[in-house]
Unconditional design. Structure first.
Length: 473
């Protein structure tokens, strides 16, 4: 643990540990019973304990992130004070006392290793008295809403080609997304999403005929059905999710088709950007994402977040210079390397730029592919791992132009060749950029000034060889 962590106050430190525990519970054992609490202060999950057919949770742990709470034990009695409100419980009894008034619990109060456990069935009546405000508890799915925090959504089919399902949310969302044949599932573990008027939504569309909503074990889920494989993309700062058919590679891959490895395993989390109809000049790929955090740049800063910030900034710089740009991911999505390469190849852009971040070294490292010896082809199909071969010279031209621009702006830069996937699989000019801090201060990676310096340098380097890139398509 860093020295900075020891400067956290006891309550803030406890809250941070609780959030980490919530994340661990969700990732380590998704089938373990849990309750999720949503509030204006924090959203978090707690483990649920079953005793004599009743579900229980720790009351102290439930209230700690919401305010100031202390507890003490006096014999068989457990006393708790939350923001000046006193409560008293007796081990093995259903009678409790809150704000000086008696309250009957639906099952006995329990103590376990010093923790006061209350039955979940009591929360709808117990918590409003302690908190002094409205509480809504979805008991069957174990989702508890404190105050007016609910996130609503609408869903409608956009008349585009191909058709797309556009879902607008009242607040930003960041679900885990998984695909399986005929379905795309979005699981919301941190957002206080509430159901629409009907749990099943039907659309007058053959490609995307319906969507359904359900809740279970502290999470909400939206399942979209389709007659074709579906992809999801994020926009409007996470307030809009668009679901559309996945692009068909065989119809758009040029110059020569590329053989891909085995098909993607069903139910692999994926949320790539769905390429609209317009023709892109550049594809920018923020490395990592979703359940792949990348390097831990600091105890709070993950590589996946830094690369997304740089990618968005780079898209802005390129678009400002008139170069249409697509982001492979514009949210916290999990993608395989083959999916990234497929999406980039389908876009048939003039250049692919992958963004990484690191704490080692200073400035920028540029990479082009270390292409292996030509593999065995199959008729008109190229070997997947040597698809970059025909474009390697153009990639090195792009690397040299970017390097010159960084040097002109006095940004330390090194040009390297490495077997860094998915560069080998790209059928366009392709470079990877690894951004390190300008000095020893890692926080500079989150600096707007530094991000703009790097992004504008890259954009200027691309513009300088625009004609060559266009000719190499």
């Amino acid at each position: 643990m860093s020295p900075r962590a020891f400067r956290l106050g006891p309550r803030l430190f406890f809250f941070a540990m609780l959030i980490l525990l919530s994340a661990f519970l969700l990732l380590a054992n998704p089938d373990e019973k849990r309750i999720t609490i949503y509030s204006s202060v924090a959203n978090y999950s707690l483990p649920v304990i079953e005793h004599n057919g009743q579900d229980y949770a720790g009351l102290f742990e439930m209230l700690e992130p919401l305010g100031t709470v202390v507890s003490r034990t006096e014999g068989a009695r457990w006393k708790l004070r939350y923001n000046g409100v006193d409560s008293e419980f007796t081990v093995g009894k259903t009678r409790a006392r809150v704000r000086g008034q008696d309250l009957n619990l639906p099952a006995n109060f329990l103590m376990e290793n010093g923790r006061g456990l209350v039955p979940l069935a009591a929360l709808s009546t117990l918590l409003p008295r302690i908190l002094g405000g409205p509480v809504t508890f979805h008991e069957t799915s174990r989702r508890l809403f404190v105050g007016n925090v609910a996130v609503h959504f609408t869903a409608q089919i956009a008349k585009t080609t191909p058709p797309a399902l556009v879902m607008d949310f009242t607040s930003p969302v960041n679900p885990m997304i998984a695909t399986e044949p005929g379905k795309l599932r979005m699981v919301f573990t941190h957002e206080p999403l509430v159901p629409p008027g009907s749990l099943t939504l039907t659309f007058d569309n053959k490609t995307i005929p319906s969507a359904s909503y359900q809740e279970n074990n502290g999470a909400a889920e939206i399942t979209v059905t389709g007659t074709a494989p579906l992809f999801a993309s994020f926009s409007n700062d996470g307030r809009t999710i668009t679901v559309a058919p996945a692009p068909q590679l065989s119809a758009q891959m040029t110059p020569a088709p590329v053989t891909s490895p085995a098909p993607i395993t069903p139910a692999t989390p994926v949320s790539p950007a769905t390429p609209p109809a317009r023709r892109y000049f550049a594809v920018v790929d923020a490395s990592h994402g979703g359940d792949e955090r990348g390097a831990a740049l600091t105890s709070q800063l993950a590589e996946k977040d830094v690369t997304l910030a740089f990618a968005r900034r780079l898209r802005q710089e390129l678009e400002t210079r008139g170069l249409t740009t697509m982001l492979i991911r514009d949210g916290d999505a999990t993608l395989t390397l083959d999916q990234r390469a497929n999406l980039a190849n389908v876009a048939h852009a003039a250049i692919y730029i992958c963004v990484h971040a690191a704490v080692e070294g200073k400035g920028v490292r540029l990479y082009t592919a270390l292409v292996p010896l030509i593999g065995e082809g199959r008729g008109p199909f190229l070997d997947w791992n040597t698809a970059q071969s025909a474009f390697h010279g153009l990639s090195q031209t792009a690397e040299a132009s970017l390097s010159a621009e960084f040097q002109r702006r006095q940004v330390p830069v090194r040009a390297l060749t490495a077997p860094l996937r998915p560069l080998n699989n790209l059928i366009s000019a392709a470079v990877a950029i690894e951004v390190a801090p300008p000095a020893d201060d890692v926080s500079a990676l989150n600096s707007t000034t530094y991000q703009e310096l790097i992004a504008s340098s890259v954009a200027a380097g691309v513009v300088a060889i625009r004609d060559k890139l266009e000719a190499g398509r």
